[in-house]
Write a protein that binds this ligand. Structure first.
Ligand code: ADP
Ligand code: MG
Length: 675
């Protein structure tokens, strides 16, 4: 895949940075915004703060040195004078601004000390009869070293050479009122001067919807084809005897909820099939996914195979290990624990037991993916918090067995629209009900200045036998700074609450230290646990009923919901206090409002999707492969539903058209996205 015309290597490298590797990529690189340069404004009519184009002659130009070196020119038309100012400039610019010369000058006018001025306007030398552009001027997202004007030229070249014919049969678009592909693309690059900019900028013009729809179709095609290819592969069917599963269910202190029961039936049916299972089990925090995962392990074992359970963090993996051990050892099932923290001897032993098949269940972190891990006969891989694992790691896992069944657990509920789009290659089971007897968590928003009251509250709860979490925020992308904040907070809380046992857990700790702290918290020896976001996923300490989240305004919605889900797991009335610091941005305010008003993970995820797009919800799944650039599954729900309906139909009836469509839309990206 490359360009149909010569492009200098340096330029090519910059284009690649933007993900642009072909004519088609260029044509689908849409403007961020547009500027109206189709009209000349008289200098007298300029309005401060507005973008405009004037056509004027240079009266004088000079390089000034006060207060700093700058190029300043006065230009004039029949109606008045305007100052133009350049703080950075080339000698050639000084040369070109010759008195008497006519320029078209585009920029934003503002009131300066000496009257109206434009800073860094775009200046194009013209003749008095040089025609004006007949469409709006596109402004593209670009990168350092690639000028807007050069990018524009490249895109226009690609547009002129590219075949913009329809890829799919006419009926695909019947009754939708959308323009054709060529028309939509041309229009978006060069809208007519009378096109309402607001409609374009809101991205809800039919031309945008047409591209969003095509993109959603491409996504459906690629994921559905991946699914079909998988159906051709063969996995060992896991035929259950039911003996172990019944023993576990009998030993549990609870009965499965109807929703757990339903999800389990779907999973169990898949595992018994020769087609490799790729199922996502999703449910709100605390909905009880772990026990379903345990049942799946037992079905693998009853079917004569091994199971692997993987979690993204050491704490979470350890917790799964302890839980599964408590459930499985009474059934005579051996487990192996594999994490990076093991001594070489321990590791060697674990690997040997996995290889010999003595250990029927292996639990661990990404250490389970690594080279040197060989299974005797891996029948099932369970990946917890699957969105945190990259596609690559999932593939690495497939290679560990002939073709193991895969069950993925997601703690972040996935809105239906997202499941229909990004997860269209997977089957999805949903636990949409919490176990009985949970008291909903009460959420409070409290300004940071009322910290003292909060300390009193923590003290009261802990003295009565309760436990609490104190979560420190991510300050920046810097672990070091985060660590310091956690250390400082820990020291401060210890000093202010001397009667409590205050513990600390953070990402930089050695796994063994981390485990010791978590165990002490679990056992109630630590009453207040200060932590960075490492406790975000999965941690299950039912006696903890109070959570304080500092700088809650810095967290994402799903993250806040995950954190809050750590409390409200026991009989105690639970409270989550979101401390925030004023002033709040508009966006932070709406995020906090959502989390305050809703306890429903599905609703929160849907709001997150609307507010921030799918990035956070998808995490590693799509990193590096942005399959959707134009469509937002939640906003464009109607288009998505149609694409999901038509996808399989078109694959069946028009396979060649589908291939052509995929070529246009995914092209170079197809390989990345195929995971
Ligand atoms: P998550 O879906 O967030 O992973 P867990 O599997 O950790 O949730 O379950 C949360 C808690 O609920 C655990 O303590 C678990 O033992 C308990 N639990 C699971 N299923 C039920 C049920 N049907 N009835 C009562 N408690 C349950
Ligand atoms: Mg869990």
């Amino acid at each position: 895949m490359s360009f149909s015309f010569p492009v200098a290597p340096a330029v090519k490298a910059r284009l690649e940075k933007l993900g642009l590797c072909s004519d088609a990529d260029l044509a689908l690189h849409l403007p961020l915004r547009w500027e109206d340069e189709t009209r000349i404004t008289a200098i007298r009519d300029l309005i401060p703060g507005r973008q405009a184009v004037v056509q004027a002659r240079v009266a004088e130009a000079e390089v000034l040195y006060r207060p700093r070196r700058q190029l300043v020119a006065t230009v004039a038309d029949d109606s008045g004078e305007l100052i133009i100012r350049f703080l950075n400039f080339y000698p050639s610019q000084v040369q070109s601004l010759k008195p008497g010369r006519l320029f078209r000058i585009a920029g934003e006018a503002r009131g300066g000390f000496f009257g109206l001025e434009m800073v860094h306007p775009r200046c194009q030398p013209v003749q008095s009869d040089t025609p004006l552009p007949d469409s709006l001027t596109p402004v593209y997202p670009t990168t350092a070293g690639l000028a807007q004007a050069s990018l524009r030229k490249l895109i226009d070249k690609a547009l002129a050479r590219l075949d913009l014919a329809e890829t799919l049969p006419q009926e695909t678009y019947a009754g939708m009122g959308l323009p054709g592909f060529a028309e939509a693309v041309r229009m978006l690059h060069h809208p007519a001067p009378d096109m309402p900019l607001a409609e374009l900028e809101a991205r809800d013009h039919p031309a945008f919807r047409r591209l969003a729809f095509d993109e959603l179709l491409a996504q459906q095609f690629s994921l559905r084809l991946a699914r079909e290819a998988r159906a051709q592969k063969h996995a060992t069917p896991l035929k259950p005897s039911g003996r172990l599963m019944q023993a576990l269910l009998a030993a549990l202190p609870f009965r499965l909820t109807a929703a757990q029961e339903r999800a389990w039936q779907e999973i169990s049916r898949d595992l018994g099939d020769t087609r490799p299972t790729r199922r996502l089990l999703q449910g709100d925090v605390g909905s009880g996914k772990t026990v379903i995962a345990a049942l799946a392990c037992l079905q693998a074992i009853e079917g004569g195979m091994q199971a692997a359970v993987m979690a993204p963090t050491e704490i979470l993996a350890e917790q799964h290990f302890q839980k599964l051990k408590a459930w499985f050892e009474p059934l005579g099932i051996e487990l192996a624990w594999l994490a990076s923290a093991l001594t070489p001897a321990q590791k060697k032993q674990a690997l040997a037991r996995i290889r010999s098949g003595e250990a029927l269940v292996a639990v661990g972190t990404h250490a389970l993916f690594q080279k040197g891990v060989e299974f005797h006969r891996l029948g099932l891989a369970i990946v917890d918090e699957q969105h945190r694992f990259g596609v690559k790691q999932r593939l690495a896992l497939s290679e560990k067995g002939a073709e193991p069944h895969q069950l993925m657990l997601s703690a972040t509920p996935i809105p239906r629209t997202l499941a229909m789009s990004y997860f269209a290659d997977l089957d999805v089971s949903t636990i949409d009900e919490l176990p009985p007897g949970r008291s909903p968590v009460v959420t409070k928003l409290v300004a940071d200045v009322r910290r003292d009251e909060i300390l009193q509250r923590v003290r009261a709860v802990c003295i009565e036998g309760g436990q609490a979490y104190w979560v420190c925020p991510l300050i920046e992308e810097s672990e070091k700074v985060d660590l310091q904040t956690a250390l400082d907070t820990h020291a401060m809380l210890q000093a202010q609450l001397p009667e409590l046992n205050v513990g600390l857990v953070h990402g930089r700790m050695k796994p063994a230290e981390k485990q010791a702290v978590m165990a002490a918290f679990q056992a109630g020896r630590i009453q207040l646990l200060v932590s960075t976001t490492v406790i975000e996923v999965g941690v299950d300490v039912p006696n903890a009923s109070l959570m304080i989240i500092e700088h809650a305004e810095r967290f994402g919605l799903s993250q806040l919901h995950q954190l809050r889900g750590r409390v409200g797991r026991g009989a105690r009335e639970s409270v989550c206090i979101l401390l925030y610091q004023n002033p709040l941005s508009e966006e932070a305010r709406s995020r906090l409002r959502v989390i305050y008003e809703s306890n429903d993970g599905f609703e929160i995820a849907r709001q997150d999707l609307l507010l921030r797009g799918p990035g956070e919800l998808l995490g590693a799944r799509q990193s590096g492969a942005p399959m959707l650039r134009f469509a937002n599954p939640e906003r464009d729900r109607d288009l998505l539903e149609r694409a999901a309906r038509l996808g399989p139909e078109l694959i069946g009836r028009h396979p060649e058209a589908v291939a052509g469509h995929l070529g246009r839309w995914l092209g170079t990206r197809a390989k990345l996205a195929a995971g």
